[in-house]
Write a protein that binds this ligand. Structure first.
Ligand code: B12
Ligand code: SF4
Length: 492
């Protein structure tokens, strides 16, 4: 059987579980008679050596990558495989190559880019490679042959027409050993109908919500939970609540099966607010432990600039309240430094989020400096404002969450934003620690000493001479960023 090797490069933080995207690609390939090997750097100690070993006799190498640090590993493994076998076709797919196929193909170690949804395109590409045929006419792929060619897009397949991901290939024991817990990442839908102009989803899925029916989700998830002893299901959907009726049906299905697993997802607050308190209670009772919300800003002006009118300030409070009543934890993501955001806008965001932090113990925050990912609709404005767009695949490695590439956020302004974020997180830590009694007494006493000056700072937006932060830096770090999928802290 001809062998196809799929590679997921290293990423920071704990493993999320087996890579759903690669398991989706593996299914149709195996149905068509190919042998598939998946190398997930999250659970392989020397992933470059593993790629070199597995590609010795492979038909091709497929590499999946997101923008940012994952590019480093993708480049290292592809170069090593090509050094060993220069004729080996290397196919890049996933978010980054889909958004920038031309630039990705400019690298000599990339031969083909599969754009957007990969199941059918990759199978067709692999078949052509096996037969030594040209890729001309294969919808959804870009390739090199006397120059770079981009075939037309492939119309998206309905998720329900695709085979289930090959979860039987996943070694859940191994992920548990590597610290990822017994987690099942599972996509019940892709796409989101909104068009926030900093979000890649609108470009990748063209604002089309494409979902599995509730009964298929309930059946597949519950079977996987039973077979693999799963304790937590992390839904990968961009906005799980787009079809609220479907979401409630899924929750009811999980609850009726009483399998005892917890689940998490991300959604927008307007949709959560459309659910009745009873429905949110049902979510909690069915095992929902955490929901991530892209709240982003509490300044009306900035939300308009983000084309995020569906995000209302009232809904942030209502969401926190509804989740709290249902025993669900929530993470609110914040984007600071958005183009056009004034000091007053930022102050408004921190003030309102501070109020939410004080009122709702179940809410944590993940504040981030705005990161300009490739292909997002706001690029023309960013260019005009002097943001430099990386000119090669490798230059995008530095476009990591938390890295600041914004010309309007430099020097003292930047330091002030970073400090305000830290003070804001410190405020959360103290408030929550006091309510829950979750912190060791000595640490709590230490932190409480900062409480009064901190409240004063937040009220007056004064972040100079951050003595408290200097002292804290000598001790335990504050958790700044959290995964919107699971709520767990992300590495710096
Ligand atoms: C899960 C996830 C992760 C996981 C992935 C782990 C894993 N085991 O897979 C982890 C935790 C690593 C992660 C990290 C990050 N993520 Co993330 N993540 C997601 C999320 C929520 C789901 C992805 C997913 O699994 N979807 C389901 C599967 C079925 O789809 P898929 O992976 O896209 O795969 C399909 C196609 O892309 C394609 N395909 C994928 N790979 C390949 C490879 C080949 C060879 C081929 C042919 C095709 C192909 O075929 C697949 C089937 O159709 C998406 C948002 C979303 N809703 O998709 C964001 C998303 C992908 N992440 C994003 C970002 C920004 C990040 C971070 C940079 C930010 C952060 N939070 O720190 C980091 C970067 C990594 C790092 N820190 O080093 C952005 C991507 C932007 C970009 N330009 O790359 C997204 C789109 C969120 C968003 N809307 O902004 N993420
Ligand atoms: S609501 Fe979320 S997923 Fe949808 S377009 Fe906006 S940021 Fe992207």
């Amino acid at each position: 059987m001809p062998k196809v090797v799929l590679f997921l490069p290293p990423y920071s933080g704990e493993p999320l579980g087996p890579p759903a995207g690669l398991l989706c690609l593996a299914s149709p390939l195996r149905e068509a008679g190919y042998e598939v090997r998946i190398i997930d750097a999250a659970v392989v100690s020397d992933c470059v050596a593993a790629v070199m070993e597995e590609t010795r006799d492979a038909l091709c190498l497929g590499v999946s990558l997101l923008t940012g640090p994952m590019i480093r590993g993708a480049v290292a493994a592809s170069r090593a495989a090509k050094a060993l076998r220069p004729e080996l076709p290397v196919v890049f797919g996933g978010w980054h190559p889909s958004l920038l196929p031309e630039q990705t193909l400019a690298e000599d170690f990339v031969d083909i880019v599969v754009r957007y949804q990969g199941e059918l395109t990759f199978l067709e590409v692999v078949r052509k490679i096996e037969r030594g045929e040209s890729l001309a006419g294969v919808l959804g792929c870009s390739y090199k042959r006397d120059g770079i060619h981009h075939n037309p897009d492939r119309p998206a397949s309905r998720l329900n027409d695709l085979p289930p991901p090959a979860y039987d290939m996943a070694d859940f024991d191994l992920y548990e050993r590597f610290g990822g817990g017994r987690k099942l990442p599972y996509a019940t839908s892709v796409g989101c109908p909104y068009a926030c102009n900093y979000c890649t989803d609108t470009v990748f899925y063209n604002r089309r919500f494409n979902a599995l029916p509730a009964d298929r989700v309930v059946k597949e998830v519950c079977e996987l939970v039973a077979r693999h002893g799963i304790r937590e299901v992390a839904l990968l959907d961009s906005n799980f609540l787009v079809d609220t009726r479907r979401a409630v049906e899924i929750a009811r299905g999980f609850q009726e099966r009483r399998m005892g697993f917890q689940w998490t997802f991300q959604a927008s607050t307007d949709l959560l607010c459309r659910l009745s308190d009873e429905d949110v209670k049902l979510l909690g009772e069915s095992g929902v432990r955490h929901i991530g919300f892209g709240t982003e800003s509490a300044s009306e002006e900035v939300l308009v600039k983000m084309n995020k009118r569906h995000q209302r300030i009232d809904d942030m409070f209502l969401t926190a309240r509804k989740c709290s009543k249902a025993g669900i934890r929530a993470t609110f993501n914040l984007i600071l430094g958005y183009p056009g955001e004034s000091d007053a806008d930022r102050g408004e965001t921190l003030k309102i989020m501070g109020e939410i932090a004080r009122e709702f113990e179940n809410v944590t925050f993940s504040p981030n400096i705005f990161t300009p990912y490739p292909g997002i609709p706001i690029w023309p404005e960013l260019r005009a404002l002097g943001v430099e767009e990386p000119r090669s695949l490798e230059e995008w490695t530095d476009v990591a969450l938390g890295a600041n590439r914004l010309p309007w956020l430099q020097g003292e302004t930047y330091r002030q934003v970073k400090r305000s974020m830290s003070f804001f997180m410190l405020n959360n830590t103290i408030t929550k620690g006091m309510r829950r009694g979750s912190l060791p007494l000595r640490r709590l006493i230490f932190l409480r000493a900062f409480q009064k000056p901190l409240r004063w700072r937040l009220k007056h937006q004064y972040f100079q001479l951050p003595v408290e932060l200097w002292l804290l830096r000598a001790g335990k770090r504050l958790v700044m960023r959290r995964s919107l999928l699971t709520g767990q802290g992300l590495g710096e």
